[in-house]
Design a protein around this ligand. Sequence first.
Ligand code: NAD
Length: 475
Amino acid sequence: MLIDGELVGGTSSFPSINPANGEVVGYAPDGTIADAERAIAAARRTFDTTDWATNVELRIRCLEQLHAALVEHSEELRELTIAEVGAARSATEGAHLDAPVAIAGYYAELLKTYPMSEDLDDLEYMGMRNRRWVEKEPAGVVAAIIAYNYPTQLALAKVIPALAAGCTVVLKGAPDTPLITLALGEIIAKYTDIPAGVVNVISSTNPEVGAVLTTSPDIDMVTFTGSTATGRKIMAAASDTIKKVFLELGGKSAMIVLDDADFAMAAMMAAFMITSHAGQGCALTSRMLVPRERHDEIVELVKQNLAMVVCGDPADPATYMGPLISERQRDKVDAMVKRATEAGATLVMGGKAIEGPGYFYEATLLTDVNPDSEIAQEEVFGPVLTVIPYDDEDDAVSIANNSIFGLSGAVLGAHDRAVAVARRVRTGTFSINGGNYSAPDSPFGGYKQSGIGREMGVSGLEEFLERKTFAAVVG
Ligand code: NAD
């Protein structure tokens, strides 16, 4: 772990398992509440007593160093991501590694031009002239808690803008994928001038260690990515000390296929989306909404595409879909599929674990799904696609919005019509005819119970800034 500038072990450790074969990748320190408290104290002291919060030049230099170090060590990080996260090698060239590494470069550049102060118009008040301006200051000590599925993306999308803003950070990795997060701490300690205590990285199997980060009076802000259930607990825990809370939570996004869409393209996108990282993505479109009269034809096309997905060893460059993260996750996915068929859904293909080592699960397609049923409402986090027919555009929008979540979505069809439909769905991002909304400069986040706030882009920096308004009598 990285605590107060030192790379330290723990009093005990726990194994990180390669989900593709069940073998131990390595051991992570099993951090204790005392470790978390030391990390918090270091981050607090550094924030309160050093010039990190105000020295923009230093922060730009450190972010540039971090970006260069991440690029330089990306091949080691790639192998670790494949082994620990089960990410397909090809996917490490995108959202699992190369794309998040670019976030560091983006914020280093943004910081060079981002205005940390803004003037307001002079104000006449009680016969006096007031000069007024707003300065932006860091939110303070940030606790960053992340999910297991895209650990590098999740860690960097939090830590980098927090550092750019001048915050200090305690980052806790996910118990299923701790090593890749610890590796970031090691890179920070060894290859950058980021001062001791500015970034602290801990790992633990004990949920109480995460909980301490959400209750400590020394933490000013919690940024969390994970399930909506944990997000609720964090929001409640943070309320005693009225912390600023930023949440990136679950999703149940819909892909709407309009009747003038290219169905072959839609089927391909739906199949490759739901099997990307074996369905373990918050923003994946897990509900496909299709015109009722074209339902059977589209289901057949999706089936053909799902059959083409290459599933296997994530280290093999030909693999598209790797394993689920754990036996526990695979059991959860399987149980949801079983309950869906018991509730009346038709299993078109898949629906069971793949035998052999590792936690692989078949690409699965369900039809005849009641839009109000569990499988259409709850996040599965596995390669399970449900196809739901709609009667007209209003019906499609209403089914898409029939969710507690509002993270993302997709629509295919004639451009203007597709944009109009996208505007009616209450989610934080939307892909139109295959458009890619994910980039360091584009805000990402959810409506409704998918979260609060926006990560990345200028908004991602501003989440970590407070605004202080000054007024001075000048005449
Ligand atoms: P999880 O909620 O089980 O755990 C996330 C993190 O919270 C882990 O580090 C865990 O140790 C920690 N934690 C657990 N209980 C805690 C507590 N009481 N206090 C503080 N921390 C606690 O999520 P997961 O299974 O790791 O990840 C899957 C979930 O993450 C899915 O719901 C997925 O949609 C979501 N996710 C969302 C986004 C997004 O950007 N919206 C991105 C990736 C994943």
